[in-house]
Design a protein around this ligand. Structure first.
Ligand SMILES: Cc1cc2nc3c(=O)[nH]c(=O)nc-3n(C[C@H](O)[C@H](O)[C@H](O)COP(=O)(O)OP(=O)(O)OC[C@H]3O[C@@H](n4cnc5c(N)ncnc54)[C@H](O)[C@@H]3O)c2cc1C
Length: 506
């Protein structure tokens, strides 16, 4: 732990407690695999393999967008291989008895220069009336329900947004994003400020929720600075899966193979120098001129050794080691009627005593509970980092009890038992192994990784044929961690493939 700042110790109080309980893998690249492309199984797969122009691995928004771009340009000899029995990946809408909540993506982040915002609007599926400040029944309280000072909250929000200003983060480029805040915090909140530790904790947690980090010191400040803000947040009128329905509408059924995890990609075989072989868990095989891989970064880190034959080039792996997919989970709690009265409810929680029993310490990472827009009686909470990993291990009833304890104490109300409860467990999802944003770590930055597009460098086989290409949220320089960013990368790589497929291309 870097002890440059006296605040670091306070900020990591809850993290340290949880570190005792949660084991974090030492190497993101996992253990060596045992796959061997023996002549016998290789020949067998090659024989049954279907020949196509392009295989897209992964049916999240990046893969779906790529397939659409290829089809729109009359490249029809394509397949999309998706491990799960559904398309959409980290866009996953859940519906139960009239309640609609998002397990994954929820907002269209921005209405300026944002193609996704334009798309939702053109489909007449954009919720044009996001809640205004006045629509919220807002409470800024300690976990005991004592009111916090509204002026402190306003100053905190101003400080939080400061880093959007150009140039301010530059002096911090060689260090963790959080150091900017650690330097500025005591200037805004001198030691005499009541609840100074709680205010810093709140700031740290909202940065974590925003970035998907477990600690704001993990993320390279330069990477944080590269993220492009595009204005206000919007939502889909009828759930984010409207987008998935739209994207798959134009894709022929024969192109999509669901429940078809790719297990091996043989990308450098002398027998077919202008193709790669893709083998799936359910016994399918394809030979394609180009393979576009859109699986999440954490999945790639864990599985690349068994998935790719031969081993991926060392400079690619070096870059891959420099990123991390953070873990953030959602908890949604609902009632038949809103117990708070009419309108939207929001609790922002200023932790004042860090004295919860150890098994409830994960709650420190929860600093707000707010209404899910359009669901009149559902509130949502975010949990990040190690607290999130710990929460995933708990029984659902335990999570519910802990959350209800917090909501009751902080709201000061006799809140009834909920009729709806849901929590996500994104780190346990074997096809994702994390949540929204892949960020460049401080170590990755030190090792030379400067932007996400370094992870999108296509790979040529020894015959000089560009055989492997990469897309997905993690490969976008300025909109990593977003749906529109992921779509952008799918489109860009499909266009690159179109160029490669032209007859004169190698
Ligand atoms: C909790 C949460 C909240 C979020 N909130 C927002 C938000 O509000 N706004 C926003 O813009 N973004 C948000 N995001 C981020 C957004 O969802 C992602 O950036 C985006 O959906 C990523 O798309 P992708 O295609 O790159 O990856 P994914 O959606 O992860 O798609 C990858 C696909 O690859 C498949 N796959 C994996 N391994 C294999 C294999 N071996 N063979 C075949 N297929 C495989 C997976 O099943 C998956 O379908 C959120 C994400 C989460 C988890």
């Amino acid at each position: 732990m870097n002890t440059r700042h006296p605040f670091v110790a306070a900020v990591f109080l809850s993290t340290l407690i949880l570190d005792v309980v949660v084991e974090v893998s030492a190497s993101p690249l996992g253990e060596a695999g045992s796959y061997c492309c023996t002549q016998r199984n290789h020949d067998a797969w090659t024989e049954i393999a279907t020949e196509v122009d392009v295989v897209v691995v992964g049916g999240g928004v990046a893969g779906l967008t790529a397939i659409n771009t290829l089809l729109n340009h009359n490249v029809t000899d394509v397949v999309l291989l998706e491990a799960q029995d559904r398309l959409g990946g980290r866009v996953r809408t859940y519906r139960q008895d009239g309640v609609v909540v998002e397990d994954g993506a929820e907002w269209i982040h921005g209405d300026e220069r944002n193609a996704l915002h334009r798309l939702a609007s053109s489909l007449l599926e954009l919720d044009e009336n996001p809640p205004a400040d006045d629509d919220w029944d807002w409470h800024w309280v300690t976990e005991e329900g004592q009111p916090g000072r509204v002026l402190d909250y306003a100053k905190l929000m101003k400080l939080f947004e400061e880093t959007e200003q150009p140039g301010l983060l530059e002096p911090y480029y060689d260090t963790g994003y959080g150091y900017y805040y650690l330097d500025r915090f005591p200037e805004v909140f001198p030691p005499s400020t009541p609840h100074q530790e709680g205010l810093l904790h709140y700031l740290h947690q909202i940065v974590n929720s925003d970035e998907g980090t477990g600690s704001w010191l993990d993320m390279s400040a330069e990477d944080a600075d590269q993220y492009e803000h595009q204005g206000e947040d919007f939502q889909w009128k009828n759930g984010y899966d409207t987008l998935i329905t739209y994207l798959k509408e134009t894709i022929p059924e024969t192109v999509v193979h669901l429940s078809t995890p790719v297990t091996q990609v043989v990308w450098d075989c002398p027998e077919f120098p202008s193709q790669a072989l893709v083998v799936t868990q359910n016994g399918k095989a394809f030979r394609a001129r180009h393979i576009l891989v859109t699986v999440p970064s954490a999945y790639l880190q864990k599985n690349h050794l068994t998935m790719f034959q031969p081993r991926l080039p060392s400079d690619f792996l070096h870059n891959l080691e420099g990123v991390r997919l953070g873990v953030a989970n959602k908890i949604q709690v609902g009632w038949a009627e809103p117990w708070w009265g009419k309108g939207l409810y929001a609790l922002d929680i200023l932790w004042s005593h860090f004295n919860l029993p150890p098994h409830m310490c994960w709650l420190y990472s929860v600093v707000s509970a707010f209404s899910v827009h359009q669901q009149k009686a559902v509130v949502e909470l975010f949990v990040t980092g190690n607290s999130s990993l710990y929460m995933e291990e708990l029984q659902e009833d335990e999570v519910k009890d802990h959350v209800m304890h917090l909501i009751r104490k902080a709201s000061g109300q006799a809140v009834p038992e909920p009729t709806f409860f849901r929590r996500t467990r994104w780190s346990r999802d074997p096809w994702t192994l994390g949540s929204y944003a892949t960020y460049i770590t401080v170590e990755g930055h030190e090792a030379g990784l400067r932007n996400h597009s370094q992870l999108a460098q296509p790979i040529k086989n020894s015959a000089g044929h560009t055989v492997l290409l990469w897309a997905g949220e993690h490969t976008h320089n300025t909109r990593y961690g977003t749906v529109d960013g992921a779509m952008d990368t799918g489109n860009a790589e499909a266009l690159r493939i179109l160029g490669l497929l032209k007859p004169s291309s190698p």
